[in-house]
Design a protein around this ligand. Structure first.
Ligand code: HEM
Length: 182
């Protein structure tokens, strides 16, 4: 393997907590308490699935000083003891904060699904509902999603995800309790 000239590191790293540098853009004020990495467990179901499932999840929200968040989430299925079984859903994207508190989100998944969602941040919750869903030619049919992130107490985040897919109307798919790890 040949080694090229050393390159400088990316000069504007993301901040993952309110007090870190760079300072959050003022438009991030409604979501600044969500900055960082959250981990926890949840359960999921859907009418098309034979059985419910248990999963673990990690959600990371960071910023680079501009009025948007970088969003990344990874999940893995677990057994009743919490032992990891296999990787499951992962997704990443951007939450664009608007001056009136609205959020525009772009979220994509390796299963061929791209969501454009809109919503709002209130004192203790963020809700995002799809405005458009685009899918690749071989992806499952997804018509809509609704995500809600609620801060229930300091350091705790409740996540719920509703799904309209494979012929079923919008309904519960996931619920999890997450705790701040960073
Ligand atoms: C924490 C995140 C998530 C977890 C742990 C999860 C887990 C699962 C599992 C275990 C299944 C059954 C199939 C399989 O074993 O892979 C499934 C099916 C499915 N999920 Fe999720 N999911 C997550 C997020 C999402 C999201 C964000 C979407 C859409 C935007 C989605 C859409 C679907 C669809 C369309 C199916 C197929 C249903 C069917 O064909 O019957 N899921 N999910």
């Amino acid at each position: 393997m040949t080694t090229g000239p050393s390159r400088p590191p990316f000069p504007f790293p993301d901040a993952d907590r309110p007090g870190a540098s760079p300072a959050p853009h003022p438009l991030l004020a409604p979501v600044v308490d969500l900055l960082g990495t959250w981990q926890g467990r949840g359960t999921g179901s859907y009418p098309s699935l034979e059985s419910d499932f248990a999963y673990a999840q990690e959600v990371t929200l960071t910023h680079d000083g501009r009025p948007f968040l970088h969003y990344e989430a990874r999940a893995w299925l677990i057994d009743a003891d919490g032992t990891p079984l296999r990787p499951s859903a992962r997704e990443s994207g951007w939450w664009r904060l608007q001056p009136d508190g609205r959020i525009e989100a772009l979220i994509t998944q390796p299963t061929g699904i791209a969501e454009i969602s809109v919503g709002r941040a209130t004192a203790d919750a963020v809700e995002l509902v799809t405005e458009q869903v685009a899918v690749t030619p071989t992806a499952k049919e997804v018509k809509a999603t609704r995500r809600r992130y609620t801060r229930t107490e300091a350091g705790t985040l409740t996540f719920t995800h509703d799904l309209a897919a494979v012929g079923h109307p919008l309904q519960h798919h996931l619920a999890a309790h997450l705790h701040r790890t960073a």
